[in-house]
Design a protein around this ligand. Structure first.
Ligand code: HEM
Ligand SMILES: *[C@@H]1O[C@H](CO)[C@@H](O)[C@H](O)[C@H]1NC(C)=O
Ligand SMILES: *[C@@H]1O[C@H](CO)[C@@H](O)[C@H](O)[C@H]1NC(C)=O
Ligand SMILES: *[C@@H]1O[C@H](CO)[C@@H](O)[C@H](O)[C@H]1NC(C)=O
Ligand SMILES: *[C@@H]1O[C@H](CO)[C@@H](O)[C@H](O)[C@H]1NC(C)=O
Ligand SMILES: *[C@@H]1O[C@H](CO)[C@@H](O)[C@H](O)[C@H]1NC(C)=O
Ligand SMILES: *[C@@H]1O[C@H](CO)[C@@H](O)[C@H](O)[C@H]1NC(C)=O
Length: 320
């Protein structure tokens, strides 16, 4: 009897311990807000749809915000914090300054979430849902967004400088940058397909069009009209030259023709280990979509704050 009694309590202990491990281990769940904020998903989806209807580029900008959040100490909403008394935010880090956008849209959606369920839905989760909804709105794949991330109480400009790869990166730098986040070569090539939407500034592609030789000559020529050798740093060009607001596989087809806009884009098809993946995605939309969804979930799982770590920010721009 004593032995089976012990066995029973030991089992209870194991189950309880297992459950607590799961909670503190950062297990996210697709049903996290099911009872605490049943309208969370529809509120974000409607906000994203309205924002893209108002400005088509916003879908791209929102997708990028999630990436820039997750690569800097995990998906914790740190990218959304304004500078504060005790830290400098990430908004002026090199990869972000004059470049990331969408903060007002995030604020509007967050205000609606607060109206419906105060203090429940994190800014980090808002970004993860908005990234998915933007992708779907523009014709891309859907995936089940895992939820339960909490928000950071600090941000790191230095980490943003160091962790987000610059467009001057070569293939091996890109591979190590993504590997440092637990993302494979295949994940990386799939995620880079996000450049099927959105725009880049002259300063991000100037060196590629003037100095690189692995670029289609007439493509480079047309870009030089937009982006002179000096000046016009903020002039914009499409990352995917023909369909910058539809989520399709043309990004990869462009690379096959040496029509990648960024140096880093063309590095993915330049005789190296990523060539085969690019070829495959250029041929098969459903494969790209499937692998993009898988990689987005994996990126969304980077070091989330869960349990009682961090907080649910009321205003995404500042710590409560
Ligand atoms: C592979 C490494 C990557 C590099 C080097 C890179 C670099 C860049 C650069 C330089 C820009 C233009 C910024 C500007 O000039 O203002 C840009 C834009 C963009 N990036 Fe990336 N990126 C990478 C991966 C990703 C990933 C993984 C995603 C999302 C999953 C993403 C989504 C976007 C989007 C959607 C835009 C357009 C944003 C807009 O129009 O507002 N990028 N990226
Ligand atoms: C709509 O987009 C414009 C930029 O095209 C922006 O200035 C404006 O604030 C946006 N309005 C809303 C309600 O989001
Ligand atoms: C960010 O860009 C502004 C110009 O809009 C510039 O004045 C400022 O020095 C830049 N900040 C950093 C940290 O590079
Ligand atoms: C980020 O990088 C820029 C340019 O290299 C540098 O001026 C700035 O000091 C860096 N900031 C931090 C906090 O590392
Ligand atoms: C790639 O870039 C890194 C970092 O800038 C550099 O150290 C390395 O030598 C480069 N590799 C190649 C093959 O060019
Ligand atoms: C191209 O390369 C030259 C020589 O290395 C360098 O001086 C220049 O700044 C680079 N960029 C552009 C846009 O010409
Ligand atoms: C495209 O990829 C899908 C997997 O998503 C696969 O089932 C299909 O056979 C592939 N099509 C071709 C033509 O290779």
């Amino acid at each position: 009897m004593a032995a089976s009694g012990f066995g029973f309590y030991f089992l209870v202990f194991l189950v309880a311990f297992g459950a607590s491990l799961q909670a503190t281990n950062g297990q996210l769940s697709t049903k996290f807000y099911k009872s605490t904020c049943p309208k969370a998903l529809s509120i974000v989806q409607e906000g994203v749809a309205a924002a893209i209807k108002n400005e088509t580029r916003m879908g791209a900008s929102l997708l990028r915000l999630h990436f820039h959040d997750c690569f800097v100490n995990g998906c914790d909403g740190s990218v959304l914090l304004d500078d504060a008394a005790n830290f400098v935010g990430e908004k002026t880090a090199v990869p972000n300054n004059n470049s990331i956008r969408g903060f007002n849209v995030v604020d509007d959606i967050k205000a609606k979430l607060e109206e419906s369920c105060p203090g429940v839905v994190s800014c980090a989760d808002l970004l993860a849902i908005a990234a998915r909804d933007s992708t779907v709105y523009l014709g891309g794949p859907s995936w089940k967004v895992r939820l339960g991330r909490r928000d950071s109480t600090t941000a790191s400009k230095a980490a943003a400088n160091a962790s987000i790869p610059p467009p001057t990166s070569n293939l091996s730098a890109l591979i190590s940058s993504f590997a440092a986040q637990g993302l494979s070569l295949k994940n990386m090539v799939a995620l880079a397909g996000a450049h099927t939407i959105g725009l880049a500034r002259c300063t991000s592609f100037r060196d590629h069009i003037y100095n690189d030789t692995n670029i289609d000559k007439s493509f480079a020529k047309s870009l030089k009209r937009i982006c002179p050798k000096t000046g016009k740093d903020n002039a914009l060009a499409n990352l995917d030259l023909k369909t910058p607001f539809s989520f399709d596989k043309f990004y990869y087809m462009n690379l096959l023709k040496k029509k990648g806009l960024l140096h880093s884009d063309q590095e993915l098809f330049n005789g190296g280990s990523a060539d085969q993946m690019v070829n495959t995605f250029a041929k098969n939309t459903s494969l790209f979509f499937e692998d993009f969804g898988i990689a987005m979930v994996k990126m969304g799982n980077i070091k989330p704050l869960t349990g009682s770590a961090g907080q649910i920010r009321i205003n995404c721009r500042r710590v409560n």
